[in-house]
Design a protein around this ligand. Structure first.
Ligand code: 5GP
Length: 125
């Protein structure tokens, strides 16, 4: 844990490597503060990931430490990517930490749409 209670940022996580251009991605949008690209294993006809360009582990980290310009720029990018789905509807989803099953420790929002998405959470058996 770092001093602020958040896990330290892993500079070699897969999205950091995508941002550095070390790993390719199918880019949807790039702005000064955000990058959007198609998920490698889509779970809906539209499944886009939007990430801030800065090194933030989670929404907690991003909301506490990013600048106002980064926060506004990131959410505007989410809005731009989501806009084509406005008519049919869509889901924004962000996993944070162990219990959520977050796989990649760089804050990201999933934009999902293109079909009826079903219940928000799988009910426990
Ligand atoms: P999480 O579980 O952390 O919320 O979601 C991570 C997402 O990143 C998953 O949906 C997974 O398919 C996606 N992902 C993992 N590795 C890569 C990659 O190398 N490229 C792309 N485009 N997506 C990836």
């Amino acid at each position: 844990m770092s001093v602020n209670g958040l896990p330290p940022y892993d500079t070699n996580n897969i999205f950091a490597r995508i941002l550095r251009g070390e790993i390719p991605c199918k880019r949807v949008l790039e702005t000064p503060h955000a990058l959007a690209f198609h998920d490698i294993a889509p779970q809906a006809p539209t499944h886009i990931l939007v990430i801030p360009k800065g090194p933030y582990v989670s929404a907690t980290d991003f909301n506490a430490t990013a600048s106002a310009e980064e926060i506004a720029g990131f959410w505007r990018a989410v809005g731009q990517v989501s806009a084509p789905l406005e008519g049919s509807g869509y889901r924004l989803l962000a996993n944070m930490g162990h219990d959520s099953g977050q796989e990649v420790p760089h804050f990201h929002v999933h934009v999902l749409g293109g079909r009826a998405l079903g219940p928000m959470l799988v009910r426990p058996a």
